[in-house]
Design a protein around this ligand. Structure first.
Ligand SMILES: Cc1cc2nc3c(=O)[nH]c(=O)nc-3n(C[C@H](O)[C@H](O)[C@H](O)COP(=O)(O)O)c2cc1C
Length: 215
């Protein structure tokens, strides 16, 4: 019987918290991927020491063997190699000041710049990776659609370099803490957010499970 190679799913947490909204969604996606038999790797970017692209341009040098790799070595190097071999990349990030986190931005620069040809301005990536992005945020879905949606589509468009689908899943109105009475957060409707966490967040966990399972 012919054996197909297992799907490789790489899950990247671009948020600092390992137990909160973003991480919970990604853990659920990992469970879905494992249930579907994918080889699954879960990476916390905040555990790694790395920078964004250093513009060393080693990947653009004439005659370089395998230009579609990042030549700069640091804590992200093994992650870049794993991502480039994946079939499915699942990214999560909180929104900070209207953008995904800085760590995610550095990751984006490093995994994508080597795939971009400066001769043709097209992708030289030879694999195919489907990309799913979970963005968690305090804003409501209505605000996301109005303020962030277009901006986030543009932000993640460079992932089309991986030649697969790129899908963004906003997870809005998240609860930031378990007990708002312990914090100076009077401007935030904590009770409503905690209620939503019980009502709406489980559906988002189910969605991320299905995304991991590639349903
Ligand atoms: C530094 C910082 C900046 C934030 N900026 C925004 C923002 O601009 N828009 C927004 O909707 N939420 C913002 N938030 C809220 C987080 O995006 C939201 O709580 C998110 O779900 C946190 O993810 P986590 O629970 O996985 O840590 C901010 C939170 C922090 C800590």
């Amino acid at each position: 019987m012919e054996r197909r190679n297992a799907v490789k799913t790489v899950i990247v947490n671009g948020g600092p918290r390992k137990e909160w909204n973003t991480a919970q969604l990604l853990r659920s996606a990992a469970e879905g991927a494992q249930a579907a038999g994918a080889e699954t790797e879960y990476i916390d970017l905040y555990d790694l020491s790395y920078s964004g692209c250093r513009s060393c341009l080693a990947c653009k040098r004439k005659g370089v063997e395998n230009p579609c790799r990042c030549f700069f070595r640091d804590g992200l190097s093994p992650v870049i190699e794993k991502v480039h071999q994946a079939h499915h990349l699942i990214i999560g990030s909180p929104i900070y000041f209207g953008q995904p986190t800085g760590q995610l931005r550095c990751f984006l620069e490093r995994v994508l710049f080597p795939t971009l040809s400066y001769n043709s301005f097209s992708s030289i990536f030879t694999g195919k990776i489907d990309v799913d992005v979970f963005l968690t945020m305090g804003e409501t879905k209505e605000s996301y659609d109005r303020i962030y949606k277009e901006k986030m589509e543009a932000y993640f468009a460079p992932f089309h370099s991986f030649k697969g689908t790129v899908r963004i899943h906003p997870v809005c109105d998240t609860a930031q803490v378990k007990d708002y009475s312990e914090y100076e957060m009077a401007g935030i409707p904590g009770a409503r957010k905690l209620a939503l966490r019980d009502v709406e967040f489980p559906a988002m966990l189910q969605l991320s499970y299905e995304v991991g399972k590639r349903n």
